[in-house]
Design a binder for this molecule. Structure first.
Ligand code: S3P
Length: 436
């Protein structure tokens, strides 16, 4: 349980290379394990979550070789996975558990899928429901929680109108659809990240998207006529990790930060629009396409942030960035308010409660609501350093480390190692770039 102490900074300056995108790394690792041959995944995420996915794919019979941030995964085709003799451990990773549930539902063997204490409290009914409709036999504690017992079956395609906007649920159904007989159709109520669709296309699956509807042609239940081909792919830097540094640099007038090779998939960049609407000085340049994804560089300077309200369809597009925005609230003119964000309560922690508690520890004025938060802006007073309890949640730990840079006095982040779930070198990089 390592603590990190954050001293106030004057500004952020320098250049930054981010770890590979977490969402994309999960998908590439899974699809590489279902493809025939050896895929080379360069700049693969260092996140513990993505290494949980690699561990599961290995336990299912894929060969995995890790050489710093290059990962080689050898798969034996869509029907090449084998039963794991032990429970598959998704660790802290909801993406690993929900997406793998889709893949395992279509296998000719049974699996047990588990995770850490936090993951065992997160709702799985959202994937159990549609996968059962496709014919899978899935059992969980209270029919909602891990450990999940998945007895693979011959699946049938469904036309699924999603009741909620979740990329993980969409992905679970699409991945199960890969193994189903016929065409699986998924319609989202609002747009969510589309990395699964892009990755499936890259590996050779028959998938197409029109607006919010996605269709995938399955291989069917037989020996499998369909193929996925091994690929050599570069994972872009993780925009959700960049956000902590964009926020940190924005806090100080003299900041000058360059963030290289950031993933700019349009289903992820809503956070840049939010920053722009708040008056942040973020410039995008060098944009190019990279194997279906888009990458570019970001230049960030200090700015006087306005704050604002985030609600409705915006929420799923910035869901992982809300902790950082909330922790910026006290440094903005109007404060920050979220509505329609009850989903935050079932993330790696109850993020609404964790944000409210830790913001108050630093002296902020916060109203906690069932589906959101209202954080008062600058006029409610300056934050002071405090001891932060991140509740084992990486994004809470990182958000408050950033808030601590502009507070009066030192901020101590308890259990700071939890940042490794998405960004193992976060504190080292923050220390390197912060000038005192
Ligand atoms: C993710 C989807 C989002 C996000 C999570 C990663 C993904 O979750 O919060 O960190 O990679 O598909 P939901 O699908 O539950 O919204």
């Amino acid at each position: 349980m390592k603590k990190e102490t954050i001293q106030p900074a004057k500004y952020l300056t320098g250049g930054l290379e981010l770890p590979g995108d977490k969402s994309i790394s999960h998908r590439y690792a899974m699809l590489a394990g279902l493809a025939e041959g050896t895929s080379e995944l360069r700049h693969f995420s260092a996140a513990a979550d993505c290494h949980s996915t690699l561990g599961c794919m290995k336990a299912l019979g894929a060969e995995v070789k890790i050489d710093s941030d290059t990962v080689r995964v050898t798969g034996h085709g869509p029907r090449g996975l084998k039963a794991s003799w032990r429970a598959l451990d998704a660790g802290n990773s909801g993406t690993t558990m929900r997406l793998l549930a889709g893949i395992l539902a279509g296998q000719a063997f049974s699996s047990k899928l588990t995770g850490d204490d936090s993951l065992q409290k997160r709702p799985m009914k959202r994937v159990i429901g549609p996968l059962r409709e496709m014919g899978a036999d899935i059992r969980g504690r209270d029919d909602n929680f891990a450990p999940l017992e998945i007895r693979g079956a011959s699946l049938k395609a469904i036309d699924y109108k999603m009741p909620m906007a979740s990329a993980q649920v969409k992905s679970a159904v699409l991945l199960a659809g890969l193994f189903a007989e016929g065409e699986t159709i998924v319609t989202e109520p609002a747009r969510t990240r589309d990395h699964t669709e892009l990755a499936l296309q890259e590996f050779g699956a028959a998938i197409e998207s029109h607006g919010r509807t996605i269709r995938i042609h399955g291989f069917g239940g037989g020996s499998g006529s369909g193929r996925l081909t091994a690929k050599s792919l570069d994972v872009p830097g993780d925009l959700s990790s960049a956000v902590f540094f964009i926020a940190a640099a924005s806090l100080f007038a003299d900041s000058n930060l360059l963030i290289h090779n950031v993933g700019l998939n349009p289903t992820r960049t809503a956070i840049l629009d939010v920053f722009a609407s708040m008056g942040a000085a973020v410039q995008i340049f060098g944009v190019k396409s990279s194997q279906g994804e888009i990458v570019g560089d970001l230049a960030v300077k200090g700015a006087s942030l306005k704050g604002g309200v985030i609600a409705g369809d915006q929420i799923p597009l910035v869901i992982d960035e809300l902790p950082m925005l909330a922790a910026l609230g006290p440094y903005t003119e109007e404060g920050i308010e979220f509505r329609d964000a009850a989903e935050l309560r079932v993330k790696e922690s109850d993020r609404i409660a964790a944000l409210a508690e830790n913001l108050r520890r630093m002296g902020a004025t916060v109203e906690e609501r069932p589906d959101g938060l209202k954080v008062e802006g600058r006029s409610a007073g300056k934050l002071h350093g405090a001891e932060i309890e991140p509740r084992g949640d990486h994004r809470i730990a990182m958000a408050f480390a950033v808030a601590g840079l502009a507070a009066d006095g030192a901020t101590v982040i308890r259990d700071a190692d939890c940042a490794g779930v998405s960004y193992p070198t976060f504190f080292k990089e923050l220390e390197r770039l912060a000038d005192r």
